[in-house]
Design a protein around this ligand. Structure first.
Ligand code: ATP
Length: 271
């Protein structure tokens, strides 16, 4: 059974403002992805082949998926996300037809961005051998994907974004001109970006007086965007629990009953 059919096709609701930092990358992406999608006619007029795809690379949890979704949102394009390993598993249960089916689905949803997360798991350099080297299966999957990318055209607007933490082990064929030929590095966030990520993650939460996003950025050097989001979620959970416990304590006092610390500790985690 193909898991692909379950992959949702929809315009994501991720906005640029949900992504902290990476301002330069956001600008770069607009030109690379938006122009070919929105001004296809101009490319044709100038006899230019619009780019078919980009490759995002960089450490995990720094916004590759978010970026891909935000650009789809901005262009009003549909978005299909497929994880590399998922595609391989599918292969074992099916045939080359699965990859064709995926591209068919994307073309039908045009304009569409097809996002291959962990693309290195299928696109390891072919015939390289070595630990975790290529197998017949992944060779055939990647060959099929490459030929589908080469076949993009015919008035359908389909844009491919690949994401990887390991560009060094990728099949160079994937990055040949006309395929994922633009590389975009998405780094660990710097100080200003960490500030922006805290701000984005806490935009709906009240924060302690005197605490600034700058101070939070000071103490989180080396943290990824995903780490920072996790910190904010945990802090919010504690704060929610605190306010529930103190709320109950207030109610009890109204009824002239005191709440003990043991009782408070025993209260369930609210989230
Ligand atoms: P992976 O390589 O693990 O797939 P990724 O680079 O695709 O990681 P995302 O999935 O985009 O990372 O980010 C994971 C989560 O971390 C996001 O859902 C978001 O909550 C948070 N996050 C990461 N980077 C940022 C950022 N720049 N701004 C705001 N949130 C971020």
């Amino acid at each position: 059974p193909s898991t692909l059919r379950e992959n949702k096709v929809e315009i994501p609701d991720t906005k640029w403002s949900d992504i902290g930092g990476l301002e330069e990358t956001k600008r770069e992406l607009q030109e690379m992805v938006r122009y070919p999608i929105e001004h296809r006619g101009l490319f044709e007029k100038f006899g230019m082949q619009a780019s078919r795809g980009v490759l995002f690379y960089g450490p995990p949890g720094c916004g590759k998926t978010l970026m891909a979704k935000a650009i789809a949102n901005e262009c009003g394009a549909n978005f299909i996300s497929v994880k590399g390993p998922e595609l391989l598993n599918m292969w074992f249960g099916g045939s080359e037809a699965n990859v064709r089916e995926l591209f068919e689905k994307a073309r039908a949803a045009s304009p569409c961005i097809l996002f291959f997360d962990e693309v290195d798991s299928i696109a390891k350099a072919r015939g390289g051998g070595g630990a975790g080297g290529s197998s017949d299966t992944s060779d055939r999957v990647i060959n099929q994907i490459l030929s589908e990318i080469d076949g993009i055209g015919g008035g359908k607007t389909l844009f491919i974004i690949g994401a990887t933490n390991r560009p060094d082990i990728l099949d160079p064929g994937l990055m040949r001109p006309g395929r994922l030929d633009q590389l975009i590095y998405i780094p660990l966030p710097d100080h200003a970006s960490r500030e922006a990520i805290f701000k984005a993650a806490l935009r709906k939460s009240p924060i302690q007086e005197g605490l600034t996003f700058g101070k939070l950025a000071d103490v989180t050097e080396g943290f990824s965007g995903a780490d920072i989001t996790e910190i904010c979620q945990r802090a919010a959970k504690f704060a929610i629990k605190d306010s529930i416990v103190s709320g109950i304590a207030t109610d009890r006092r109204v009824e002239n009953k005191e709440i003990t610390q043991d009782e408070a500790d025993g209260m369930p985690d609210p989230v």
